[in-house]
Ligand binder design. Sequence first.
Ligand code: PLP
Length: 392
Amino acid sequence: MQCVDIEVPSPRDDRGCAVLKHRPREILLSPGLAAQPRPVRLAMARDALNPRGAACSELYGHVEHGLRAVLQTEQDVLLLPPNGTEAMVAAVTNTLSPGEPALVAVNGEFGLRFAAICRDHGVALTVLDVPWGEPVAPERLDDALAARPDVRAVFLVGVESSTGVVSDLQALAAVVRRRAPDSLVVVDAVSHLAAHALEMDAWGLDVVCGAGHKALAGPPGFGLISLSARAWAAAQRATRRGFQTDLVAARTYHAQGQMRFSPPVNALRGLAAALELVAAAGLERHLAHHARVAAYTRRALRALGLAVVAPEACAAHSVTAAWLPAGLGATQVVSALDAQGIVIGTGRGPYTERMIRIGHLGHARICDVAAALAAVGRLLPGGAARPGLACA
Ligand SMILES: Cc1ncc(COP(=O)(O)O)c(C=O)c1O
């Protein structure tokens, strides 16, 4: 039996804007997962590869080459199935032994996640609490480190996707280097990579965690992690790296172009295709695309009368969160859009019902965001009478 991928005809929006040539059946603007472009889907539909064979090693090498370019690093980049959280866990267990002191800057859900992983690992934790919706200001980190210059690692989140706020990783890393020079700088760049510039080596980041299914627009299946020479030395010393998250062991396989445990080989093909798309466009253009769609999203939200959570100067390029008016809950909005084949997210944590979050990851288009926000607009008081959103 032959399986045929039947595409719905590509519609045009009301400005005559051609929408995705091979658009999926729904408009996926989830903050958690990028829509996969057709070359990625087709790559995954090919035969599985022998994970210990030469062809798989070659593909793995291509993927690592592409990831090094995105992270701007000469260091190894290891793939770590299945997701970004696995990379965060590995970042903690390979840099710190239980009982060692560390600082986590928390300005949202994913800073909280780093803190929870540290606690689970028995780390002696100091938390720098920053209000949700604000970036981590270098001055605050400076003050916190002045009180705790002995910490062995500082954990930071680039794009805090629970609020759509980006912190200045370069400036924060410089503060750590000055105040606590022996401390490692560990970064959650899961929603940051490939949407914002990140220069791991030049900025002195010791550990960078990412994932393939966010702004790279690869398939779900991979976390990824890269360590500086200092971080590898810490990993050698760490006493409880964890069985599945042991990066020292994983690195010996990596050196042979392999992954330690059975890899999701079809997803590896998909990730390779996603990285080829980034390389073909050029990283600069890929980043600029994210900036452009994000800027449109903020303008369009404001045109609807909704306040964007992030201050303009630190608005993320991968996800935008907006406050809902009193009386309208996020679950209601998300369900109503879902019924129209449009996926967006609710808020997180204490703001689950009060915010909506629009993910504009990878190859998301302005047309898609316009369609989603037109649907949001129809749910707002007086919403039916709000024409012209697509021109916001
Ligand atoms: C900033 C950030 N960190 C970590 C994660 C966790 O990644 P995953 O869902 O792949 O485990 C996410 C996912 O949304 C994220 O946005």
